[in-house]
Design a protein around this ligand. Structure first.
Ligand code: 48F
Length: 264
């Protein structure tokens, strides 16, 4: 017999609440479900770490769905092709060091693998602030995106995390709020975000990965937010740097969770 409507309601709410409560004190909280955040969450979960990913929108995938200018194919370079294929995404050779993949296949695979690895992905939730103690970020302030969209006056809730990852893309929203309200200096030349520069795909891809690191106490930056913070260029619809940056953020956080210091 099909469960009645109340059982359906109870099943959803009680299961969701358990999932949510598991995330209230966690090891890593990733903000943003674009390619870099999904890859970071997946590698952290695969290593057995407790990880939650908050995504503002209903749909996971950030800027990957639309490929370039809504032509829904993405490009990756040789260095990142293996990573994409490890997620089960098929790539096609276009020419030397240039491969394409179906954007829908890529997003779906990244999200599927991250959840199956054990990452808790909570969509429809926006991060609006951070929690700071003694100059270190130790948590996030969250609210339903629907509350924000409706402009309702509803107080948010809070989660604590050993490490936060800002994977919010071009807007680097977690760092923006840290800059504005937390009084913490970022590890950049000015202590603030330097802002992204105009298109230069090759250099942008390199810098995104190189500069994936702790950007202030308690916070790592991954993906396009890296270049928005450290003053690197944008790269358009080549996504290898996003994937490699996500993996690098995970690797670095894993070594911090094991008590190791950040290597430059
Ligand atoms: O923008 P996005 O895809 O970030 P990414 O992983 O990848 C960048 C590329 O898509 C592309 C590019 C390179 O080819 O330049 O733009 O760096 O995904 C960021 C996600 O974060 C969510 C947002 O909805 C998007 O899905 N997001 C942004 N701010 C918040 C947030 C927030 N405050 N709370 C929750 N989610």
């Amino acid at each position: 017999m099909v469960p009645d409507e109340v059982v359906i309601t109870q099943a959803i709410v009680s299961t969701y609440l358990k999932k949510f409560l598991d995330c209230t004190r966690t090891e890593v909280a990733v903000v943003g479900g674009g390619p870099s955040g999904l890859v970071a969450a997946c590698f952290l979960a695969r290593a057995g770490r407790r990880v939650v990913l908050f995504e503002r929108k209903l749909g996971i995938g950030g800027g990957m769905w639309g490929g370039g200018m809504l032509f829904n194919e993405i490009v990756v370079q040789e260095e990142a092709r293996g990573l994409l294929e490890e997620f089960g995404v098929r790539t096609r050779r276009f020419q030397e060091n240039c491969y394409t993949a179906d954007a829908v296949e890529a997003v779906s695979a990244l999200a599927f693998r991250a959840v199956q690895a054990g990452a808790n992905i909570l969509n429809g939730i926006s991060v609006e602030d951070v929690v700071v103690r003694e100059g270190r970020v130790i948590g996030l302030v969250i609210n339903w995106s629907a509350v924000q969209v409706a402009g309702l006056h509803v107080d948010p809730l809070t989660v604590h995390a050993d490490w936060v990852v800002d994977a919010t893309g071009h807007d680097s929203e977690v760092l923006a709020v840290i800059e504005r309200k937390a009084g913490i200096r970022l590890f950049t030349a000015t202590g603030k975000r330097l802002g992204e520069q105009s298109m230069w795909a090759e250099r942008a891809e390199q810098l995104t990965v190189e500069n994936t690191r702790e950007i202030c106490p308690g916070v790592y930056v991954a993906g396009m937010a890296v270049n928005a913070s450290f003053g690197g260029p944008r790269m358009g619809p080549i996504f290898g740097g996003m994937l490699l940056s996500g993996r690098r953020a995970a690797e670095r956080i894993l070594s911090r969770l094991e008590g190791k210091e950040e290597r430059p």
